[in-house]
Design a protein around this ligand. Structure first.
Ligand SMILES: [Zn+2]
Length: 187
């Protein structure tokens, strides 16, 4: 899929919303991302996970892991494409852990997936978890890199889409100046 097709799919499914949004930080933005919107359509999830998996095909990936919640469906569908096993990690205090009897073995080749990264915090915690279990991180595949390539995960990663989402303090917001009505996106 070409980048333009991916963007169109993300807009059509309501992942990329364009307007005038109040972010939880208090800043305003013309864009808001809601990745779960895409994952409510299994047909689209399949298409996007084919792309997420593409760079890692034939690389001997044994397991795909993602941080909950964003990585739950993504890890499952990407694992299906790669013929691998799927698990997800869950937050526990400042770390991510495996619950529900999930496991990764020492030396196991694991691909990490995530829907969107801004600071990359959840992905880094999953990488720490894999290190702790002695697994081999085969790569990190992200649906949307919200930093436009600026995030440092400490390991190489691929992103389907890389876009920097600009935000403004309310007193310096061009959309406010244009009189566009402000919306609060549903979390
Ligand atoms: Zn504004």
């Amino acid at each position: 899929m070409k980048e333009a097709e991916i963007i169109e799919m993300l807009k059509n499914t309501g992942v990329i919303m364009e307007g005038h949004y109040l972010l939880t930080s208090g800043r305003h933005s013309s864009r808001f991302l809601q990745c779960s919107q895409l994952l409510q359509y299994p047909g689209y999830a399949e298409k996007i996970c084919l792309e997420i998996a593409r760079p890692y095909r034939g690389k001997g990936i044994q397991t795909v892991i993602g941080p909950a919640m964003g990585g739950v469906i993504l890890s499952y569908e990407t694992a299906r494409v790669l013929g691998a096993r799927a698990v997800f990690a869950e937050p526990a205090g400042e770390t991510m852990i495996l619950r529900r009897g999930f496991w990764v073995k020492p030396g196991e080749k694991v691909l990490v997936v995530e829907d969107a990264v801004s600071t990359g915090g959840s992905v880094k915690k999953v990488l720490d978890l894999l290190k702790l279990h002695g697994a081999e991180t085969a790569g990190v595949s992200i649906m949307i890199d919200r930093t436009g390539g600026k995030v440092d995960l400490g390991v190489p990663f691929t992103a389907l889409l890389s876009m920097e989402i600009e935000s403004y303090p309310p007193e310096d917001c061009p959309l406010c100046r244009e009189g566009v009505s402000l919306q609060k996106p549903k979390g």
